[in-house]
Design a protein around this ligand. Structure first.
Ligand SMILES: [Zn+2]
Length: 340
């Protein structure tokens, strides 16, 4: 289950290998798509469909969320360890509660559990429908203030849920992490700086170095925040993320000079004289990735300790691009918040 401590353990590394979903998603939408359908040709769930098909009534919403494994379908009583009953409950905003009123010997006990316990919806003042709607707009790429406006939320609530969504991406990427490269595969690596740059007497006084790599033939990639660009620092991440035997392409930064000694085949592009090396290697894909990353990071209100979750959101959206991000997000939620 997701928790703050869980996240802490993850640290600041984000990356992902969940590229297969792209292929699966594309195949699914092709095989099930009907030619007659004019609206929503992509097979992506529209907001209208979400409201009409899933959130029509509270009962519909809860049944649907059970099917999606976002709410539990059964609960065990802590006292007698039998299955609890789902009961209508008008004094709870959810409208339902898990309950046990069995008798053991002469004594009858009564226990209750929220239908949200252990779920994505736990400990929120929002209604379950509001959380679903927030999640929907978030996956569609709306900015936090826009979602806040759409749903009439308080500022703190919107900030919190924006963060929960990013953290869900972070946990998902961490759980699916897989090394890049391998014999015969090419991985481009590079460093970059994100964050505000304040030039004061010629010095950059703010910002965060990030180090990243991307496979040439897939969307497998990683980005990590680093304190410096020393050989020791970067080598540690390279060994952490890239399989031995990989062809690594980089610029001529001095930290990379010994890569050949560590089981990699190292190729360089000298950016002061060329964009493609004489052997045909380049780092264009990684540089394009930096450009996209910078466009997608919010420009203000970003705290340094949140960089890793913003990077996780960026990578999550990148590896899942072209798919129905809402559906994928719900699957990721169900995987992270297991409700057995
Ligand atoms: Zn019981």
């Amino acid at each position: 289950m997701y928790s703050v401590t869980h996240k802490r353990k993850i640290g600041i590394q984000v990356g992902c290998a969940a590229i297969d979903r792209k292929e699966i998603g594309v195949q699914c939408s092709h095989s099930t798509g009907s030619y007659g359908r004019r609206e929503n040709e992509t097979g992506h769930l529209t907001y209208d469909e979400l409201l009409r098909n899933h959130l029509w009534t509270k009962d519909y919403a809860i049944e649907w969320l059970k099917e999606e494994k976002l709410l539990a379908t059964n609960r065990i009583c802590d006292i007698c360890h039998s299955d609890m009953m789902l009961r209508d409950c008008s004094d709870r905003s959810d409208g339902y509660v898990w309950e046990c009123r069995r008798q053991i010997g002469r004594k009858r006990h009564r226990t209750e559990k929220s239908i949200r316990e252990g779920s994505w919806f736990e400990q929120s003042n929002l209604s379950i429908e509001e959380v679903v709607k927030f999640t929907y707009w978030w996956t569609q790429g709306l900015e936090q203030w826009q979602i806040k406006q759409q749903l009439g939320l308080g500022s703190h609530t919107a900030v919190d849920w924006d963060m929960f969504c990013r953290e869900l991406c972070e946990v998902t990427l961490f759980e699916n992490r897989e090394k890049l490269g391998g014999p015969g595969k090419v991985v481009q690596i590079d460093e970059s700086k994100i964050g505000k740059r304040k030039y004061h007497r010629g010095h950059v006084v703010e910002g965060q170095w990030v180090f990243g790599g991307i496979e040439e033939e897939s969307r497998k990639c990683f980005i990590v925040c680093v304190d410096d660009r020393s050989e020791a620092t970067l080598l540690k991440h390279i060994q952490d993320w890239i399989e031995p035997g990989t062809i690594i392409v980089s610029d001529c930064w001095k930290a990379y000079v010994n890569l050949d000694k560590y089981g990699y085949t190292h190729k360089t592009v000298n950016h002061s004289v060329e964009f493609v090396s004489s052997e045909g290697y380049d780092t264009n894909k990684q540089e394009g990735h930096w450009r996209q990353m910078k466009v997608n990071l919010p420009t203000h209100g970003r705290k340094k300790e949140h960089y890793s979750s913003y990077l996780a959101e960026f990578i999550w959206r990148y590896v899942n691009r072209g798919n129905d991000l809402f559906k994928i997000f719900l699957k990721d939620v169900a995987r992270v918040y297991k409700l057995e």
